[in-house]
Ligand binder design. Structure first.
Ligand code: GLN
Length: 221
């Protein structure tokens, strides 16, 4: 049995705003403590990618321009990412990466970035305010404190299928109206939190446990 956990960092070179790569570093640190080495592959433009080869997928935040570039390539990986998510395997998507799991992102200029359309939500830009600042919300793993900086406002289209990651105490989260931050579906988490989010240790340890379980399942299959 291989004790090397395989992590795919989707478009690490293009999608990494406000220190999101720290999430992967924190997970690698915790996994090392638990006896596992990690191999982190940057899956960038034009590369072959089979999500089933991995124990964890990470997708960081990005600016609108980078998102428009990534969108054209990402669509090639729709089926493998969808199967991975439906298979209950762990994935964490931050901000622009989170937006990509939904139907579309209507940007500042009114252009629409087609997203993966794997989960039933959509994101729209509203001209009157960018959501920037500290954020605090209650989750299954306790209070999470982080930082957000986004123009997109995310709305769930099917609330029976998606759960928010947390209930907002401070900041905006998905949008200014719902008092909801982020999204959970099976073992996939979407969040607007940078900081990085996994400086919140309880959450990081819970995700590390999910990764170890996925790794054991993959190598024993
Ligand atoms: N460009 C997107 C927005 O402004 C995502 C920003 C981010 O990933 N930080 O909503």
């Amino acid at each position: 049995m291989s004790d090397t956990i395989k992590i795919a960092y989707l478009y690490e070179d293009l999608m990494n705003t406000y220190g999101d790569s720290g999430d992967v570093k924190i997970l690698s640190f915790i996994l090392k403590e638990k006896g596992y080495d990690t191999q982190v592959d940057n899956i960038s433009l034009g590369q072959k990618f089979d999500a089933a080869d991995y124990d964890f997928l990470f997708f960081g935040g990005g600016q609108d321009f980078e998102q428009s570039v990534v969108a054209k390539d990402l669509i090639n990986h729709r089926e493998t990412i969808k199967d991975y998510i439906e298979d209950d395997k762990p994935m964490l998507c931050i901000c622009g990466g989170y937006q990509f799991l939904g139907k579309y992102y209507e940007t500042v200029g009114g252009d629409t970035i087609q997203c993966l359309n794997i989960l039933p939500f959509h994101t729209v830009f509203k001209a009157d305010s960018r959501m920037i600042g500290d954020t605090e919300y209650e989750t299954e793993w306790g209070t999470v404190r982080a930082f957000e900086n986004h123009s997109g406002r995310t709305y769930f289209d099917d609330k029976s299928k998606l759960k928010p990651l947390g209930k907002v105490i401070e900041g905006y989260g998905n949008n200014p109206e719902d008092k909801a931050e982020g999204m959970r579906y099976k073992n996939t988490i979407g969040s607007y939190s940078h900081g990085p989010i996994l400086k919140n240790e309880n959450m990081a340890r819970a995700i590390a446990d999910k990764i170890i379980a996925a790794h054991k399942k993959r190598v024993s299959a």
